[in-house]
Ligand binder design. Structure first.
Ligand code: DAH
Length: 342
């Protein structure tokens, strides 16, 4: 009986050596120590033995049971530790690895366009000033030679405030503010939002303009032409044709509209330029003497020119954007296309 027990012990040890998973070890435990296990059977059979045998076999069987139990536990712990170590290796977190980037944003095409214009004219001495979006009627109209009865007021589709102010309909009132606070000579740009009660596929009630003003002694129309030609050709290319068409604005005389050779068809005529080959890009003119008088400048002493351009329109031409609404929807997919752009 004792030798059978020894044999059983060594068999169990071999089985344990061959078991290489935690569940394999559990199988060994069940087949030796489980309810119907081999050793359990022997222990159950003890009652049929003689008293002496009972004592010796019982002691040996219990000893072997303890040894087998210990061996099983030791092997299980070793395997559990190995499994844990393997898991720790495979699940390693590299705390020095770079994080998952969110991607950088892109600045808005209107913002880029404004920056390009300001940089371009900055190279010939224009510096930027700003004014409020809520203006007085005086600055937005009267001082610009647009009295209350003037028909040009109708064209401005003005938003009037309850307290008598207006949402500025153009950036021209910043000319007035600049001249009221600074003495000539003056060379300024005023970028900003303007508002008109008008909305359809090509008009937004909020849009962007940049106003330019140069005042000095003996400023001539030739300087206006040279400056604006330099500006448009720097932006759109040296070979681009620029033309000046007579026009009317109350605050300048003579006044003109400035056309650029169509950027899409290069002057041949297309849908964008309405088959004319030209695109109207800004208004300009020599500052009216009434404007100088309104701000306290002496029109006998100084002359100057002014211009006003629509940033939205220029951005659409520059970046070839076909629908003005894209500029205001803030769709990240649209804006991200301008990441690498100038
Ligand atoms: N303020 C004009 C507008 O919004 C644009 C303009 C035209 C500005 C001629 C000027 C200018 O300074 O000289 O339509």
């Amino acid at each position: 009986m004792i030798s059978r027990l020894e044999e059983l012990k060594s068999k169990c040890e071999t089985a344990l050596q061959n078991a290489d998973t935690v569940s394999g070890i559990e199988d060994v435990r069940i087949s030796y120590l489980g309810k119907k296990g081999v050793l359990t059977d022997i222990l159950k059979g003890l009652k049929d033995l003689s008293n002496e045998e009972k004592a010796s076999v019982g002691q040996a069987a219990n000893q072997i049971k303890t040894q087998i139990t210990d061996a099983i536990d030791a092997k299980r712990h070793a395997l559990e530790r190995d499994e844990m170590n393997a898991k720790l290796v495979s699940d390693t977190v590299d705390v020095s690895a770079p994080g998952v980037g969110r991607g950088s944003g892109a600045s808005h095409p209107l913002h880029r366009m404004e920056k390009l214009i300001v940089e371009c004219l900055g190279r010939i001495g224009f510096s930027t000033v700003s004014g409020p979006e809520i203006e007085t009627e005086f600055n937005n109209f009267e001082a610009l030679n647009i009295p209350a009865s003037h028909p040009a007021r109708d064209m401005h589709d003005t938003f009037y405030m309850k307290d008598g102010g207006v949402l500025r309909t153009h950036t021209s009132p910043v000319q007035i503010r600049a001249m009221q606070t600074m003495a000539p000579p003056l060379r300024i740009l005023a970028p900003g939002k303007v508002f008109r009660c008008d909305a359809d596929v090509s008009h937004s009630p909020v849009f962007h303009q940049i106003e330019g003003l140069l005042v000095d002694k003996h400023v001539s129309f030739a300087e206006l032409k040279g400056t604006l030609e330099f500006f448009l050709r720097s932006l759109f290319g040296d070979s681009k044709k620029v033309r000046f068409r007579p026009s009317y604005f109350p605050f300048t005389v003579p006044s003109c509209e400035v056309d650029l050779e169509c950027v899409m068809c290069k002057g041949k005529g297309c849908g964008i330029c309405k088959q004319t080959g030209w695109l109207e890009v800004m208004g300009a003119g020599m500052v009216h003497r009434n404007v100088f008088k309104a701000v306290g400048y002496d029109p006998e002493e100084v002359t100057g020119f002014a211009f006003g351009l629509g940033v939205d329109r220029l951005a659409m031409l520059y970046y070839q954007i076909s629908d003005i609404r894209l500029l205001y929807e803030n769709d990240a997919r649209f804006i991200s296309q301008f990441k690498g752009a100038a």
